[in-house]
Design a protein around this ligand. Structure first.
Ligand code: CIZ
Ligand code: SF4
Length: 366
């Protein structure tokens, strides 16, 4: 018998409370056949339904280890791709809203990275001298590119280890798409700023001279996160004036100047761990996405730890925000009817090459 398919428009009319009820009912009906993964940046109404929460890496490992037939990934597109690559073929990964992308990930694509590789070949031998390193915030075909060219994937938790590994093999790194994670990590390793150049993908030869390319140790793709660029060093200065004993923690997707002024720099998992371990009376300024910071604020307030968002203006990840209770209810009700909508499936050849670069990361940073 053909599965019943529910249309999204019928769910778009439902309010959040009605969706909440339907999601709970669908979860109960599906039981262990389905697992919902929720990224730290998801809004509360969606996050509340997550069986597991975490950063993209933790969630993808969860996907690979779980036995569920359906993995509903409340996050953004590249994360669901990683979950599909690392999970077993009989598991199905679903992204509730296909338009939930990542503006940073979109700043690098196979066409402009391959062009960069060719242009670099006019100055040096990239396959001998340059390790391509892609931040996990990138499309699967870029991870596959790294797999093909002896490169590797990194996350904000393991970028340092991945760069150490890369430099033990080749003298230079092409780091994409996030210039800030690359620069902050490189600086942490003692690489001078003038040995890290920025590759402007809109310009021939990245807008660099041959001399600059020859001298560079890290070639940083000119990508950035639209959320983290909202945080500025003067937000930290103001906080320190008002709270001289306060502590500042920032995500490494922040600009170099912001990270330099911070007491701690780390991934979302590190931010959560560090703030959760702090003494009552501590006052934190946190430079990362608002939903995470708000939840952390609510969690720590009863423990006497104050958590403050770094920007005076509300800035959320608008693509993470696309996953709403309406989309989640829609995919879940369809699953109850054994009807899969919004499946994320990375083509087999691409998945194999991307997996090589991901497995390498998991192996060297285990
Ligand atoms: O990898 C992730 O989940 C992201 C986007 C940030 C982080 O630091 O966890
Ligand atoms: Fe992408 Fe930035 Fe949103 Fe993370 S917060 S998913 S890097 S746009």
């Amino acid at each position: 018998m053909a599965a019943t398919a529910f249309a999204l428009q019928d769910f778009s009319r439902l309010d959040d409370a009605a969706c909440d009820e339907r999601i709970r009912a669908a979860k109960a009906a599906l039981g262990e056949r389905c697992v919902i993964l929720g990224h730290h940046y998801q809004r509360d109404e969606v996050f509340a339904h997550a069986d597991f929460s975490g950063d993209s890496l933790k969630l993808s490992k969860q996907a690979a280890e779980c036995d569920a037939e359906y993995i509903v990934f409340c996050g953004v597109h590249f994360m669901a791709e990683v979950a599909d690559i690392l999970s077993r073929p009989e598991q199905t990964v679903i992204l509730p809203d296909m338009a939930a992308g990542c503006s940073m990930a979109d700043m690098a694509n196979l066409r402009n990275v391959e062009r960069a590789w060719k242009e670099l070949a006019q100055v040096l031998d990239p396959d001998e001298q340059v390790t391509p390193v892609t931040y996990i915030n990138s499309a699967a075909d870029l991870k596959a590119f790294c797999g093909r060219h002896g490169g590797i994937v990194c996350t904000s938790s393991n970028a340092r280890g991945v760069l150490d590994w890369s430099f033990s093999r080749r003298e230079k790194v092409l780091f994409f798409p996030d210039q800030h994670l690359g620069r902050n990590t490189g600086h942490d390793m003692g690489i001078p700023l003038d040995e890290m150049v920025t590759w402007d993908f809109d310009k021939p030869m990245g807008g660099l001279t041959e001399e600059e390319i020859r001298k560079a140790r890290i070639i940083l793709w000119k990508g950035f996160c639209s959320v983290h660029q909202m945080f500025h060093p003067n937000h930290i200065d103001k906080f320190r004036e008002q709270h001289p004993d306060g502590l500042v923690i920032s995500h490494p997707e922040n600009a170099f100047e912001v990270c330099q002024k911070s007491d701690y720099v780390g991934s979302t998992e590190t931010i959560l761990k560090t703030v959760r371990a702090s003494e009552p009376g501590t006052h934190w300024l946190v430079g990362t996405e608002l939903n995470l910071v708000n939840r952390l604020h609510n969690e720590m307030a009863p423990k006497g730890v104050k958590v403050q968002f770094m920007s005076p203006v509300v800035c959320m990840c608008s693509t993470m925000f696309r996953t709403d209770p309406q989309h989640l209810a829609w995919v879940m009700d369809n699953l109850v009817e054994d009807h899969v909508v919004n499946r994320i499936r990375v083509p087999e050849d691409e998945a194999r090459e991307a997996k090589a670069a991901l497995d390498l990361m998991l192996e060297i940073t285990a």
